[in-house]
Write a protein of this length. Sequence first.
Length: 164
Amino acid sequence: MALLNIVSYPASVLATVGTAVEKFDESLERLAADMFETMYAAHGVGLAAPQVGRSLQLFVMDCEGTKIVAANPVILSAEGEQGGDEACLSLGSLGAELRRPAEVRLGAQDVHGNSFEVEGRGLTARCLVHETDHCNGLLFIDHLSPLRRDMLKRKFRKVLKRER
Ligand code: ZN
């Protein structure tokens, strides 16, 4: 296994709709294993392929006991609403309050291509929609009002400058 480089906003791969996963082979298994290792090292609960520079419909997640590899994920249903802060490994430590569905059902394929469905509520639901968004070229800041989004983007550019 190997640690992968996590891509930061505003990399274009983060704003690109991922390609569908069609080959469920050893290299996909290796990528998923590397993504888990990278996610754990960064203390995250989810990581999507575009975040490691691979424009694919693929994410890994280990959140509140739900540990999955999801290829070609689709949100099948979403119910209710929850408040709370959201953050992203591609946006450093910046977080923002964002309303998300309280309960979601996700359909996807595992690393071998077998279809499965998983339900999540609370933080798990938030993570499922956040990672599925990544596969579709969306970041959580894309759901904020233009004013709040611009504020966060400016803050993030400052953080990046300071780190370089
Ligand atoms: Zn993210």
